[in-house]
Each structure stands twice: as C-alpha cells, then as structure tokens.
Design a protein around this ligand. Structure first.
Ligand SMILES: Nc1nc2c(ncn2[C@@H]2O[C@H](COP(=O)(O)OP(=O)(O)OP(=O)(O)O)[C@@H](O)[C@H]2O)c(=O)[nH]1
Ligand SMILES: [Mg+2]
Length: 189
C-alpha cells in the first residue's frame, strides 16, 4: 500500500548490545514484544509513519551494538536528521557508554544533528543512577526520555519528542529542545 506523507525523516538508533533497539523498532511497527534476543548484524532499516500536524515517514536505522560492526555503522550517518542513543537503565555499562556514543555520533554525524537519550527497561528493577543520567543529559543539552518497550502501551510521547526536536521544526526557535516526561513510568521531571 502506498502511504502518503509530507516529510521523510532519517533517524539513527545507537547504543550498547541488548539495550532493546531492535525490539523497540519492531514494537513501533506494531509487532509483538519479543523476548528472544537476536543481535543485529550491521544495520537494519525500519519505516514508521506518524502524524503530528504533518504526516511523517520516519526511517529508523537500527544499528548493531557489537563493537565489531562499529566501522560499518559509521558509514550510515549521512543525511541523518536526528540521533537516538538508547541505554538500559539497569545496565550500568550501557549508560556509562552514553558518553562514548555521543562522541561517536559527533565524529560521524552532522554536528548539528540533535541527539535524544532514550532509557529503556523501566519494567525491570531499577539500579540506574537516574540523577547522574539526568545531570549528564542537562549538561549536554540532550532531551531525555525513559520508558519500557515491554510495557509501554504507546510511544506517542517519544514520537512527539522526536518530531519536536527535528532540525527543521526547531529552526528559528530560540528555546532549548523540548524534554517531555513519559507518563506512567519512572518519570524524569
Ligand atoms: N524486560 C525488558 N526487556 C526488554 C525490553 N526491551 C527489550 N528487551 C529485551 O532485551 C533483549 C535485547 O533486545 P534487542 O532489541 O535485540 O537489543 P539490541 O539493542 O537491538 O541489541 P544489538 O542488536 O545486539 O545491538 C531482548 O531479549 C528483548 O526482549 C524492555 O523494555 N524490558
Ligand atoms: Mg538489535
């Protein structure tokens, strides 16, 4: 079926192994949550349609967290509108590595591409130092969104955050990027 849209948006999804990048893309595409873990080989591609004032075709490039694919992943940044760095709030290594992913994005992407931090797996016992993550996000002026791919019923808050932070939507605005807390889970206020 040919779906009409007004804008095409390219997003790169980065983050450590097993934080939930592929599961997130699949759930967004209305597939069931999958407990099985199939580590991404290289880069996968997903298309999502979303309407907020305009109709958007969002192309998500779902990258492998495994280190051996790093140089391959670095080739996919061309014409990226927005970058998402995903981490598992229960996995200390994955949020310590936010700094690494930020630098990786800075090297390979357009330096003006906005970056959103996405903390996943709030359904599991929380061990993350949320204050540290929030301070880091504030310091780096990165919008932060916390959720569970497994239990969240819809992702409109996140999709709205993405749309609001697209370069062509914030162009001309003087305000900082919008930070929207997620309803019904461990909210960062
Ligand atoms: N409990 C829980 N598990 C999740 C959640 N999101 C993903 N998972 C699980 O985490 C595991 C890894 O998910 P993936 O989506 O394959 O991870 P990935 O980030 O794509 O990993 P790589 O492709 O290796 O980089 C899977 O077993 C998923 O079922 C969540 O919100 N809660
Ligand atoms: Mg994957």
């Amino acid at each position: 079926m040919d779906i009409m849209y007004d804008e095409t948006v390219k997003i790169i999804l980065l983050g450590n192994v097993s934080v939930g990048k592929t599961t997130f893309c699949n759930v967004l595409k209305k597939k069931e949550f999958n407990y099985n873990y199939h580590s991404t080989i290289g880069v996968d591609f997903h298309t999502i349609y979303y309407k907020k004032n305009k109709k958007y075709r969002i192309q998500v490039w779902d990258t492998a967290g495994q280190e051996k694919f790093r140089s391959l992943v670095s080739c996919y940044f061309k014409k990226t509108d927005l970058i998402i760095i995903m981490f598992d709030i229960n996995d200390i290594q994955s949020y310590n590595d936010i700094i690494y992913w930020r630098e990786f994005a800075n090297i390979h992407a357009n330096p003006h591409s906005p970056i959103i931090l996405l903390g996943n797996k709030t359904d599991l016992v929380e061990r993350a130092d949320m204050e540290k993550i929030r301070n880091y996000a504030d310091m780096q002026k990165m919008p932060l969104h916390i959720m569970s791919v497994k239990t969240n019923k819809n992702f409109d808050d996140l999709l709205n955050l993405i749309i609001d932070n697209l370069p062509f939507n914030i162009m001309g605005k003087k305000e900082e990027p919008v930070i929207t807390p997620q309803k019904g889970c461990c909210v960062i206020q």
